[in-house]
Design a binder for this molecule. Structure first.
Ligand code: AMP
Ligand code: TRP
Length: 333
């Protein structure tokens, strides 16, 4: 039997190589596996947990959709829509917020990181962000959720919420308990400027990430300026952990080339950083430039993008609307 896949990406700023390697590239493989049913959501309700400029948000929703399409997600095979078009997500989120416990949410490390020192000033939405994420997943009876390593804890929370609802309401197996799909390798792409920090949309330095919309020149400059050390490249994986920037560049190279880290190490062992950077630049341009030009092409037609989202939302509404109706019946509404 095929898998039921659900995943989401926030429309906040540029999608980068971390999103591509950690998430979108896998969305495409899962979509192309026989018998899978896939739903990919632009999670705009999640985006407003921090303040957004309305015009920029609208543009980012379309850009994220364009990036999905340009990377190979096919609206005839998968459902693609933006979350705010399907009211069941907000409704289910309220109900599940009454199932989730404060103690569970207090453990969420992403909230702690995003809220920073002054958590009294963080929005309530940011705090209950993982509950909305659980609603997204559970409404579609997703069996598998492909995400990067950073979302593992949120997924565990979704599982806890599903199980508690099923037990509390004696609704045996009403919610399917979802499995995370986190790649074993390269599930965490790091900043080009600091091998200990995740590559992120919100990093103030654009040099820290390769965006899917970057030009060839921008890609080349960013890899050239990526942080390195002065030693030659090792012939084995030993000691790689002590050289996080090297490990990251080798990881990106291996993932884009669909080969193991071991093979990449044997390719570069004894060589200089500049050799790796040169080959990585060529490879990154080869992989990203078709996506980048396709994004730009798709983005020149907003009506086309909006129609895809509307059609996707119609299909999503049918599935999620039915599930939330059943939820309401179970709880006595
Ligand atoms: P976000 O940009 O936070 O909405 O993330 C969208 C998807 O990309 C999620 O599945 C994340 O886990 C994944 N992701 C984001 N940043 C990275 C990264 N630096 N490395 C790997 N995966 C990532
Ligand atoms: N929280 C995820 C992120 O920041 C995005 C997301 C929202 C998501 N809802 C989801 C991912 C449901 C998987 C499934 O990356």
């Amino acid at each position: 039997m095929g898998k039921k896949i659900f995943s989401g990406v926030q429309p906040t700023g540029n999608l980068h190589l971390g999103n591509y390697i950690g998430a979108i590239k896998n969305f495409v493989s899962l979509q192309n596996e026989k018998d899978n049913n896939c739903v990919f959501c632009v999670v705009d309700l999640h985006a407003v947990t921090v303040k957004q400029d309305p015009k920029i948000l609208k543009n980012s929703i379309r850009e994220t959709t364009a990036a999905f399409l340009a990377s190979g997600i096919d609206p005839d095979k998968s459902i693609i829509f933006n979350q705010s078009l399907v009211p069941a997500h907000s409704e289910a989120s309220w109900i599940l917020g009454c199932i989730a416990r404060m103690g569970w949410l207090n453990r969420m490390t992403q909230f702690k990181e995003k809220a920073g020192k002054d958590k009294e000033k963080a929005s309530v939405g940011l705090y209950i962000y993982p509950v909305l994420m659980a609603a997204d997943i559970l409404l579609y009876d997703a069996s598998h959720v492909p995400v990067g390593e950073d979302q593992k804890q949120h997924l565990e929370l979704s599982r806890d919420i599903a199980q508690k609802f099923n037990i509390d309401y004696e609704a045996h197996e009403f919610f399917k308990v979802p499995e995370p799909l986190i790649q074993k390798n390269f599930s965490r792409i790091m900043s080009l400027k600091d091998g200990m920090k995740k590559m992120s949309k919100s990093d103030p330095s654009d040099l820290s990430r390769i965006n899917l919309t970057d030009t060839n020149d921008e890609i080349a400059i960013k890899i050239k300026k990526a942080k390195t050390d002065n030693e030659i490249l090792p012939a084995s994986e030993k000691n790689l952990k002590e050289r996080p920037e090297l490990e990251n560049l080798l990881g990106i190279y291996s993932s884009l080339k669909n080969q193991s880290l071991k093979i990449s190490i044997s390719e570069f062992g004894g060589k200089n950083f500049s050799d790796l950077k040169k080959k990585l630049t060529d490879l990154a341009i080869e992989k990203i430039s078709p996506i980048s030009s396709e994004i730009k092409k798709i983005q020149s037609d907003n009506t086309y993008i909006d129609n895809i989202l509307l059609k996707g939302a119609e299909k999503a509404n049918k599935i999620a609307g039915k599930k939330v109706y059943e939820m309401k019946k179970i709880i006595g509404f």
